[in-house]
Design a protein around this ligand. Sequence first.
Ligand code: GNR
Ligand code: NI
Length: 174
Amino acid sequence: MAFLAIITAPDPRLKLKARPVGAVDDSVRRLMDDMLETMYRAIGIGLAAPQVGVARRVIVLDVAREGEPPQPLKLANPEILWRSGEVVTSNEGCLSLPEQYAEVVRPQAIRLRYLDYQNELREMEAEGVLATCLQHEIDHLNGVLFVDHISPLKRGMILRKLAKVKRSRATVAA
Ligand code: GNR
Ligand code: NI
């Protein structure tokens, strides 16, 4: 297992459309395992491969709450088959937009198809926090961040703040 570096915005790699994997083989399984360890260490509930610089359609999640048994999920080539008409608003954060949060409206439930850790084609239905997190991760595979779902004014405020933090860190490092 290895910890991977998480990319933060602004970075062009977060805007790319990731390519599907051909199959979930040993190298994809290693990526999934490393991503899950990286996600747990960063105290996130999801992580998409583009966030660790890999432009492939691979995501991991665990939305179990503290004290509950872990529920790790490792998915490749996830594809949303159905979205509920009902929507919910959640306060979202992102490991690639550290310490930034905003209310995002998304379908409350979804049905999706994906390849599992054994390379089996599966379908699942999700609702609530899991559905929100799955949609957030699948967005990453399409180069979309949660700030792309909010008003341009709020998006600008968050992205400017992050760029400023990055500039000041770069100055200290130089
Ligand atoms: O850790 C995370 N929390 C979170 C909270 C609300 C909605 C989505 C998320 S996903 C995020 C981790 C992350 O950046 N995944 O891409
Ligand atoms: Ni994210």
